[in-house]
Design a protein around this ligand. Structure first.
Ligand code: HEM
Length: 537
């Protein structure tokens, strides 16, 4: 009945500008007026970029929607297709009326990633602000500059060695215990499931000084995993971009709770640390002794460093500190767990490479059962090549963007202020001029000789320049420790072939078919190690 009334109303007469009009006419006129306004807006927006867009190639684009039709289908296939089609050079892509330029050549990347006019990250990153607040990834440039300068020292070699390394050792032991439960089973496990809870707990302990493993509450773990998923899922859903609609959406589907859960734990930890900090100060004032003179007290974690800065422009609110803590956890946890999982998958698919890595581990660590040391990680050159080659093929942060806050010229092309520069390690890493056989797994791509032949920006899995990954060394050392400790105890195997891998492009890069691995115990480890030494590897 209601439906009939709706249809009937379409034929009722209305008046428009004094002229009688039916409901249908009204709808048609309204739609055309909206289209006309959008078209004018689109033309107006695009007029500034005409010279550049005439110079550059790009996927098909249409008024108002730009190249949005291209966002349907397999994003990974599309991006690789266009990278190849436009010869791994500069190409344009319109997102509605917003111009994006893909920067893929190492020489061009060096210019953009080091330009003081390209420090802004752009609107896509804003989508994460609701979850992570304003941390390093999402903070506006002025704020980011001060905060990054203060945080850089926390990721130096000495801090990693003194403070983070023992945590890496302890957590890799937990990973080995987890894997041990399924050892010699014929049924594969998804190794990402084992690794992700260990990496999350590692990043939490190194940033918040909070050991998730000793707490049975799964809320935070699940909250972070679900929260990251929510942010990732928002990116391709253009209709969820306006905050008003997104806020309604999360309310409607009951996701609001996830945000609360993710923010609750850091909020409590910060409040506690702030309290401790105030108490230390009052103690210092009454006894006049240096409360920071014990060795372990000398180290200031992330929260303490931020609490300690007392210049007016460096004062952090609780919201700021929370933003940084959640950012570190979010940025450090998925990237490392996915990279480790891809690494194990590669080692399982290529047993000869696994053997070579294992032999190197044996020769560096001998037959000792002691955990690996920071010095020993430096000896594992071939393993480092394997990690780099994994990140070349599977850069876990596959798309980076920078929005220009001033004009920048690249090879006679003037990119205007406001242009979004899109950088995809995936495209650059598959350029056959930089890597021969770019689609196969070959750790020799990263031996000293081959690295010396290539431009420095041919490998950008950690981005580069002042806004490059702050956790690069942390990530590489941590990956070395977990891979070493797992391979010392087990060999890894899979039925999967390289061609079975099916990548899914989002904020991070996933394998849709998972990481199915079986493990076998290395019962005769000492014998194998001794053989490796005899062979003088
Ligand atoms: C394999 C591991 C990792 C990879 C591949 C990786 C990759 C990246 C990339 C590509 C960026 C630049 C993003 C952009 O420009 O938009 C970045 C930034 C960042 N990463 Fe990592 N990352 C890894 C590990 C870590 C770890 C372990 C941490 C912290 C514990 C971390 C913290 C950050 C932060 C805070 C930023 C933002 C830096 C800034 O804007 O100043 N990352 N990472």
């Amino acid at each position: 009945m209601q439906m009939f009334q709706g249809v009937r109303s379409l034929y009722l007469n209305y008046s428009m500008f004094g002229f009688p009009a039916s409901g249908t006419q009204l709808i048609v006129i309204t739609v055309f007026s909206i289209l006309a306004i959008l078209l004018c807006y689109d033309k107006w927006n695009r007029r500034r970029y005409e010279t550049l867009t005439n110079e550059l190639n790009g996927p098909p684009d249409y008024p108002i929607i730009g190249s949005c039709l291209e966002s349907f289908g397999d994003h990974y296939e599309k991006i690789m297709f266009y990278g190849d089609l436009f010869n791994y050079g500069l190409f344009k892509c319109w997102f509605g009326s917003y111009l994006s330029v893909f920067i893929t050549k190492p020489e061009d990347l060096q210019i953009i990633l080091n330009s003081s006019k390209a420090l802004n990250k752009g609107y896509v990153y804003k989508m994460a602000t609701k979850l992570i607040g304003e941390g390093l990834v999402t903070a506006p440039v002025d704020k980011w500059k001060i905060h990054r300068r203060l945080m850089n020292p926390l990721f130096k070699y000495d801090i990693i060695k003194e403070k983070f390394f023992p945590i890496f050792q302890e957590k890799s032991k937990v990973l080995v215990q987890k894997i041990q439960k399924g050892v010699d089973n014929t049924q594969p496990i998804d190794i990402l499931d084992c690794i992700s809870s260990v990496t999350l707990s590692t990043v939490c302990q190194t940033t918040m000084d909070y050991n998730l493993d000793t707490h049975t509450d799964m809320g935070f773990k699940m909250g972070v995993i679900k929260g990251v998923e929510l942010v990732i899922n928002r990116v391709p859903k253009v209709w969820l971009y306006p905050d008003v609609i997104y806020n309604l959406y999360i309310k409607l589907f009951g996701y609001e709770n996830i945000y609360k859960i993710v923010r609750n734990l850091p909020r409590h930890i910060i409040a506690k640390k702030k309290n401790d900090y105030v108490n230390k100060f009052s103690k210092k004032n009454t006894t006049d002794t240096d409360v920071n003179d014990g060795k372990s007290e000398c180290f200031k974690g992330l929260v303490e460093t931020l609490l300690d800065s007392n210049k007016p422009e460096e004062r952090f609110t609780d919201e700021d500190i929370m933003g940084h803590v959640i950012t570190m956890v979010g940025a450090g946890f998925e990237t490392t767990s996915l990279t480790a999982s891809f690494c194990f998958l590669m080692l399982a698919i290529y047993p000869d490479i696994q053997d070579k890595v294992y032999d190197e581990i044996c020769s560096a660590l001998g037959d000792s059962d002691e955990p690996i040391t920071m010095e020993q990680t430096n000896k594992l050159v071939y393993l480092k090549q394997v990690i780099y080659e994994t990140l070349r093929l599977f850069p876990t942060a596959p798309i980076i963007s920078r929005q220009l806050h001033d004009d920048v010229t690249i090879r006679n092309h003037k990119l205007l202020k406001g242009t979004m520069c899109v950088i995809s390690p995936l495209i650059t890493h598959h350029n056959p001029e930089l890597y021969s056989n770019p689609n196969s797994f070959n750790p020799d791509n990263f031996n000293a000789e081959n690295v010396a032949k290539r431009h420095k920006y041919s490998f950008i899995a950690f981005s580069g320049g002042p806004r490059g990954c702050i956790g690069k060394k942390y990530g590489l050392v941590f990956l070395t420790v977990i891979i070493t400790e797992v391979l010392r105890s087990f060999s890894v195997h899979t039925d999967m072939k390289f061609s079975d891998i099916k990548l899914k492009l989002g904020i991070t890069l996933h394998n849709t078919v998972g990481f199915p691995i079986t493990t076998k115990s290395r019962k005769n480890r000492h014998n194998v190690c001794n053989n490796a030494e005899m062979l003088n590897y």
